[in-house]
Design a protein around this ligand. Structure first.
Ligand SMILES: CC(C)(COP(=O)(O)OP(=O)(O)OC[C@H]1O[C@@H](n2cnc3c(N)ncnc32)[C@H](O)[C@@H]1OP(=O)(O)O)[C@@H](O)C(=O)NCCC(=O)NCCS
Length: 178
């Protein structure tokens, strides 16, 4: 059963973001959201390498932090269970990374983390949010579709893949509609 609770992110972002929470199975306390720092990168890279066939590098995360992108950790019991990276500028947000550690997947955390990002983007003035996803990533596409994202373009041969290249589907959600 869904309930609204307050999530109070720490760090420089003082805005409160109400996350629509479900009970996350196996989680003894509510997930905690805080801004990512360079000290998190070992934990982030360990998750990243475990869940993506073509993971981001440490340099990708360092660059995102240096650029001032929205980089957030989700923790439970002091340990990292997920993270997200988004860029918000000129009324648009780009969701660059949304990840849940494998052992924590399929418990509602990805949906909660996406809800967090959408509210964060809105709070920073974004009117729409875009992302790119591999057509083979059925889990992510199902998550984004259920949140209302729709396909607006396909970038041919955008990603590296075992058999050569894979397209990227560009998905968009208007943030003032929800
Ligand atoms: C995509 C991802 C973030 C989803 O996180 P999650 O915590 O497992 O997702 P949730 O438990 O909140 O599930 C939300 C919805 O996503 C979809 N979904 C999640 N995992 C799925 C799977 N293995 N197969 C099909 N649909 C799936 C379902 O629609 C699900 O809703 P439902 O439980 O009502 O069926 C997670 O699988 C992940 O980190 N994957 C690897 C990284 C990645 O691909 N990130 C996205 C890059 S664009």
């Amino acid at each position: 059963m869904e309930s609204m609770r307050r999530c109070e992110p720490s760090g420089t972002d003082s805005q409160r973001i109400a996350v629509t929470r479900v009970n996350i199975a196996g989680m003894e306390s509510a997930p905690r959201y805080r801004q990512m720092t360079a000290a998190d990168l070992d934990a982030v890279i360990a998750i990243e390498n475990a869940i993506y066939p073509y993971p981001w590098t440490r340099g990708n995360f360092r660059d995102s932090l240096a650029a001032g992108y929205q980089c957030w950790m989700v923790e439970c019991g002091g340990g990292a269970v997920g993270y997200t990276v988004a860029m918000v500028a000129a009324g648009e947000a780009f969701l660059l990374n949304l990840s849940v550690a494998r052992t924590w997947q399929r418990r509602g955390l990805g949906r909660e983390l996406l809800d967090f990002v959408l509210k964060l983007a809105r709070n920073h003035g974004a009117e729409r949010i875009l992302l790119e996803v591999r057509p083979s990533n059925r889990a992510a596409i199902a998550l984004y579709s259920s949140a209302g994202f729709t396909e607006i373009a396909v970038r041919r041969g955008y990603y590296p893949a075992g058999s050569g290249r894979e397209d990227a589907i560009v998905l968009q959600l208007d943030l003032d509609e929800k």
